[in-house]
Design a protein around this ligand. Structure first.
Ligand SMILES: *Cc1c(COP(=O)(O)O)cnc(C)c1O
Length: 398
């Protein structure tokens, strides 16, 4: 059996007719850059995110950068975030000439640990970016509380968390702004690059609409220095069609996650993801944690199962951020996370037999490992007591 990490073709096949009809309309209307198809998507997506406004832009990275600029982040400011994220979160801060300040993560969720937030605040701190890693919202209660008490802006990096919920609240609606990516592999994926900022702050939305269109207030009247960050019309049309299916796809992802959880249950070497109480995790990524990550990943690849690592190097150890002076050991939990995390195949169209095959292959890997250990120990010291609990843990594993 061959199981890809992601299968975009399966999804396309299921909605092909609708998509091509909409793209045809964009072409007929010559509505290529911004325009009515983008407007329509923005309205629907804002509603979906429980926000007043959505501003479509060119990518999730652009959404983060523009949200920070729009919230007034200036050179020399400090912005607190997590090192366990895609580098774009930190890049957006750096592109404002501000400084990313990292705090370590909560081990269970991989998200920013709010207990470390207050201590990282200095007189230069202006904002905090919680990242809803893998599709589960960060612990927003204490984060919003501390931010409010310290006058900090909160920009949510919801690039992996379309439709995720924290209590009654949708991802992106809790901070001053929420940033989304519609990169093709994301839960809501465009046919190219796209992103959006959502907010219920009308003045911020207005500023972002101007900024993404060269600071234009009216045609050729430029009120501010902006940028070209318009969303393509084709992407607006594709995303409008796909948004209608997002809840169904999210339900399928959640079902797949619970199948994985059930099929991997009791395997002591594998830690399955935990959904915090009151959260709706949307499983952009289904990541397990294992000690022998690289060997397990190669074994799975040999058996036809493609996995991913999100992410192999935490941002504070990236060469690009060497100038911040962090070292190995600066954020031990984020570093351990990067060493042990393994993303299993996850997409709505994944079938139960496929999930079963992945889980059984993982079980076979650890069974083989235990068997090799047992043989090794018996050769060295027949019946070695000390390791018995580890090597006899096959109960319920077959
Ligand atoms: C995908 C992603 C981004 C960047 O989005 P792009 O659309 O690729 O620019 C930022 N942050 C996180 C957490 C992401 O997963």
């Amino acid at each position: 059996m061959k199981i890809p990490f992601l299968d975009l073709t399966a999804q396309y096949q299921s909605i092909r007719g609708e998509i091509t009809a909409e793209i045809d309309k964009v072409i007929a209307a010559n509505a290529f850059a911004g325009g009515a198809f983008v407007d329509r998507f923005e309205e629907a997506f804002a509603r979906y995110c429980q926000c007043e406004h959505a501003v479509g832009v060119g990518s999730g990275t652009e959404a983060l950068w523009m949200a920070l600029l729009g919230c007034g982040i200036k050179p020399g400011d400090e912005v607190i975030t997590t090192p366990s994220t895609f580098i774009a979160t930190a890049e957006a801060i750096s592109l404002c000439a501000a400084t990313p300040v990292f705090i370590d993560i909560d081990e269970d969720s991989g998200n920013m640990d709010p207990n470390l937030l207050a201590a990282a605040i200095t007189p230069k701190t202006r904002a905090v970016i919680p990242v809803h890693l893998y599709g589960q919202t960060a612990d927003m209660g204490p984060i919003l509380d501390i931010a409010r008490r310290n006058n900090l802006i909160v920009v949510e990096d919801a690039c992996q968390a379309h439709g995720a919920e924290h209590g009654e609240k949708r991802a992106g609606s809790m901070g001053d702004a929420g940033c989304f990516s519609f990169y093709p592999g994301k839960n809501l994926g465009a046919f190219g690059e796209a992103g959006a900022v959502v907010t219920s702050n009308a003045a911020l939305a207005e500023k972002l609409r101007m900024f993404r269109d060269h600071g234009q207030r009216a045609k050729y009247f430029h009120a501010m220095i902006g940028w070209n960050a318009r969303m393509d019309g084709v992407q607006g049309a594709v995303l409008s069609v796909k948004l209608n299916y997002l809840e169904k796809w999210t339900a399928a992802r959640r079902k797949n996650a619970s199948l994985y959880n059930a099929m991997l249950a009791g395997l002591e070497e594998v830690e399955t993801p935990k959904e915090a109480e009151g959260n709706r995790h949307v499983y952009h990524i289904y990541a397990v944690r294992v000690d022998n990550r690289d060997r397990l990943m190669s074994f799975l690849a040999e058996q036809g199962v493609s996995c991913g690592i999100h992410y192999p190097t935490p941002v504070h150890l990236q060469e690009a951020y060497a100038f911040l002076g962090h070292k190995k050991g600066s954020f031990p939990r984020a570093e351990k996370h990067a060493e042990t995390v393994l993303s299993l195949p996850m997409y709505p169209e994944l079938s139960e037999p496929q999930i079963c095959y992945v889980a059984e292959t993982i079980r076979a890997f650890f069974r083989g490992k235990r068997q090799r250990l047992k043989t090794h120990l018996e050769k060295k010291a027949p019946g070695a007591e000390v390791c018995q609990p580890r090597i006899s843990s096959d109960a319920g594993v077959a």
